[in-house]
Design a protein around this ligand. Sequence first.
Ligand code: AN7
Length: 415
Amino acid sequence: MGEITPFQSCISCGATYKIDEIVYTCRKCGDLLEIKYDYNFLRDKITHSDWRSQPLSVWRYRDFLPIRDPSKVVSLNEGGTKLYHCSRLGAALGIKNLYVKNEGDNPTGSFKDRGMTVGVSKALELNAKMVACASTGNTSASLAAYAARAGLSCIILIPLGGVAYGKLAQAIIYGAKVMQVRGNFDHALKMVVEISEKHREIYLLNSINPFRLEGQKTIAYEICDQLNGLVPDRVVVPVGNAGNISAIWKGFLEFFKVGLINKLPKMTGIQAAGASPVASAIKEGRDYIVPVEKPETVASAIRIGSPISWKKALGAIRDSGGTAEIVEDDEILEAQKMLAKYEGIFVEPASASSIAGLKKLVDYGLIDKNEVVVCVATGHGLKDPDAVVKSCGKPHEVDARLEAIENFLGLLSVR
Ligand code: AN7
């Protein structure tokens, strides 16, 4: 039997759309779409394909991705990020088997590159000439880079103030048309959805676009392959717009469906206290979110009050038997320092929220110390150096005299 071509499907009413149809939300009920595959066909295909001989990367998993024309692939060598066993941090938190998946290794320094390599390739397949997104920073840096590589023009809406300078600099240097919207991320997202619905030549690449999440699900595939088929008991993910945790769960489910793994991890989402609609819904046992009007947190990447993929995320957390936790800004900054100090891994505050959340759940006794845990560190620390200077202060100033330096170091012996 031939393959059933991948297609888009509504997560609520099940309405289906062709793989090359430009549709962002379901025309029948308005809900989000996801990409579906012929898993029986895939199961057979991967047993005959040489994918395991390919280097670890997003495109190692091309059989699981919705791009059919290899000549359209836009790549900067994304994915293949390191998975570190963190014994020193693990000991400090009381977890024996702690791993950190360092997404800061990606070409523009965040996991967004996994989504953009697929999303921008799709844009080329669809003959789009213009791509757009709203962003708290990393999505814009990534889209701008991939658009540049593909020769597409790029429109970016970011909230006025609050985007870390490293990310803003990236978007600007890659040549995107960057606008700072007077409002927060939720306002910027609303604007970019409206403009791409009105001007159909603009292809929208926020995570409302299901092709983005297809790239991001490869985080799950890589974790399975890096642990040689061992599935972690738990995967801890920072949650902002809620696309990534949904994508990672989809990845695990798909490896399960095609028989590459035989169990599934508990998906655990972490949000900052000033922007926690998803985690609050989980804690309060609700199946809907209450958007946060004025989201606020030091972790600017996840300063999002009305996450677009909330329904997918609630499903991922509940279906996997996972949980969610809320962390304060000082807990995030403390976790950022711990990861740097104990393991030499420097991540931005949003990424450190996964460590902060893990610490809290272990302290509360909600996570067993024997669990194999993977924390996803979503973005590089150099994206937001201001956050470090604010939390750690500037270095001590000394005169250019040996004695002054010895004095600071406590090396002046009393004679
Ligand atoms: C470092 O760049 O939403 O829950 O516009 O940059 O999938 O949104 C960034 C999100 C976590 C949250 N960690 O992921 C954007 C944007 C980092 C991030 C998240 C983001 P989602």
